[in-house]
Design a protein around this ligand. Structure first.
Ligand SMILES: *Cc1c(COP(=O)(O)O)cnc(C)c1O
Length: 386
């Protein structure tokens, strides 16, 4: 690898053990969306996070869809969802024909604001449109503040789906992220903290519901020698080969979390001298995996905008990206209801001022140094212009 190779945001980081599990699958000819790796990966994930069970599936998105289906979300129902997130959190609401309502973030965690959630529930109660579910997203490796969120949802008797796609390995108080809601989902897409190239996991303490999820994920095939179906299903199971990759990846998850946190800490120390840069906070209620290092550029302290920095880094062969564009600002969701934390929308602020930097656990210290130098140069060159 040469000194100027492109540095990417987050790339797969194999442990070296993956091939062993793949070979086992080949040797036993378990090349199917079922088999021993699938069963064991489910068991190992549920043991790791401390849930009663887990169902391995083809993607995190499929997991959210299955969770909503299990909760009986139907056409015309309302579902609340964090606004500051990737589109995959909310697309399954549309698959069900339901109507999303978006909830703002709070500053401490960048995740769902309990204040905004309370406002949304009050209005929904008045208009008789209480939601069937609340999708709470744990962004960039950090849990949302689940206690107050859960208290509000319990009061209205509405279940939580925890979109923990980006936060496998993070904690909230003494629990693992993804295990607090009725259902939790993880993603093993190529850019996530561990990967199966593509895949996901649905976790819950309701093992009967998970059996039902497996049934729905295999075309809802009834028990009969002939192919009989009495309910609409999906083709959402994980392949036994990919589950093998996942098993090897899970073995090194804690190392990956530590590496990503070290990446974040190096950025934090290096940027402490740049007044305008504010690192994404780590809320005191839990440990973030720092899946992506995210920061905001204070517009009162510099004229540099996120896209200036992103373009500057791109010219130096470094990938950086804005923070997720909030879903209430997406053309797809034009006219959809949105509840803010305060007078101003926090997710808008984070989007307009936020940047994500390369954060892979396989990034070398030298590569990170290159990123740091270019960020510093960008800010120095700008202040020279003023
Ligand atoms: C990646 C991601 C998903 C979707 O996971 P896939 O496995 O790609 O379907 C859902 N929500 C968030 C917040 C994500 O980052």
């Amino acid at each position: 690898m040469s000194a100027n190779d492109r540095i990417l945001l987050s790339t797969p980081h194999m442990s070296g053990n993956e091939q062993k599990y793949i070979n086992e699958a080949f040797e036993t000819n378990w090349i199917a969306p079922l088999g021993p790796n699938v069963d064991l990966f489910e068991k190992e994930i549920s043991e790791y996070v401390g849930s009663k069970g887990a169902a391995a599936i083809s993607s995190g998105t499929a997991g959210i869809h299955l969770a909503l289906d299990l909760l009986g979300v139907k056409s015309g129902d309302t579902v609340f969802c964090s606004s500051l997130t990737f589109i995959a959190s909310a697309n399954p609401i549309l698959y069900c024909g339901a109507i999303p309502v978006f909830i703002d973030s709070e500053r401490e965690s960048w995740n769902m604001s309990p204040v905004a959630l309370e406002k949304a529930f009050k209005e929904a109660e008045e208009t008789n449109t209480l939601p069937k579910a609340v999708i709470v997203v744990n962004l960039y490796g950090q849990s949302a503040d689940m206690d107050p969120i859960q208290e509000i949802c319990n009061r209205y008797n509405v279940p939580i789906v925890e979109d923990a796609a980006e936060s496998l390995g993070a904690t909230y108080k003494d629990k693992m992220s993804g295990t607090i809601g009725k259902y939790g989902i993880f993603s093993f897409n190529g850019n996530k903290i561990i990967t199966t190239s593509g895949g996901g996991m649905l976790v819950s303490d309701d093992t009967e519901a998970l059996s039902r999820a497996r049934f729905l994920a295999t075309q809802a095939r009834d028990q009969a020698p002939h192919y009989q179906h009495s309910k609409m299903g999906y083709n959402y199971r994980m392949s036994n080969i990919l589950a093998g990759v996942g098993r090897a990846q899970l073995e090194v998850l804690d190392e990956r979390v530590n590496a990503r946190r070290e990446v974040f800490d190096r950025y934090k120390i290096a940027f402490s001298e740049i007044d305008a840069i504010e690192m994404m906070p780590e809320a005191e209620f839990g440990r973030s995996t720092r899946w992506l290092t995210a920061l905001t550029i204070n517009p009162e302290k510099t004229t540099i905008k996120p896209m200036d920095l992103i373009n500057y880094l791109n010219e130096h062969n470094i990938e950086a990206r804005p923070v997720w564009k909030p879903l209430h600002l997406q053309p797809l969701f034009d006219g959809i209801n949105y509840f803010t934390h305060g007078e101003e929308s926090i997710s808008d602020y984070l989007f307009y001022n936020g940047v994500c930097l390369p954060s892979g656990s396989n990034m070398t210290v030298e590569q990170q140094q290159r990123v740091i130098e270019q960020v510093k140069k960008c800010f120095v060159s700008e202040s020279a212009k003023i």
